[in-house]
Design a protein. Structure first.
Length: 95
């Protein structure tokens, strides 16, 4: 595993950064990719090279993270945390 980290770690980090534009997220995704490979390396069928396989995992992880961020952004627009007017429940209780 150490050899894989040395051989592909920096490449996966740069690839993740290109998608995420965030250094910390790129690090996290790189770690996730390597952990996913470590936990499921028996699933690798060797139809393609290991670099191609890890690249696909990294891209999928980036897409998942972008979807998660988009979902959080959408929900935060629907449910603003800093409301200035009281909620319906608070108005009912106050009367």
């Amino acid at each position: 595993m150490e050899q894989i980290v040395e051989q592909y770690g920096e490449y996966l980090y740069h690839l993740s950064y290109l998608y995420m534009k965030d250094f910390q997220l790129a690090e996290e995704i790189t770690q996730d990719v390597l952990m996913k490979y470590l936990l499921r390396k028996d699933d690798f069928r060797k139809d393609a090279s290991l670099k191609t396989y890890l690249t696909r995992i990294a891209i999928n992880c980036c897409h998942d993270e972008l979807r998660k961020q988009k979902r959080k952004s959408f929900i935060s627009k629907l449910l603003p945390l800093g409301r200035t007017e009281p909620s319906v429940e608070q108005t009912y209780i106050a009367t």
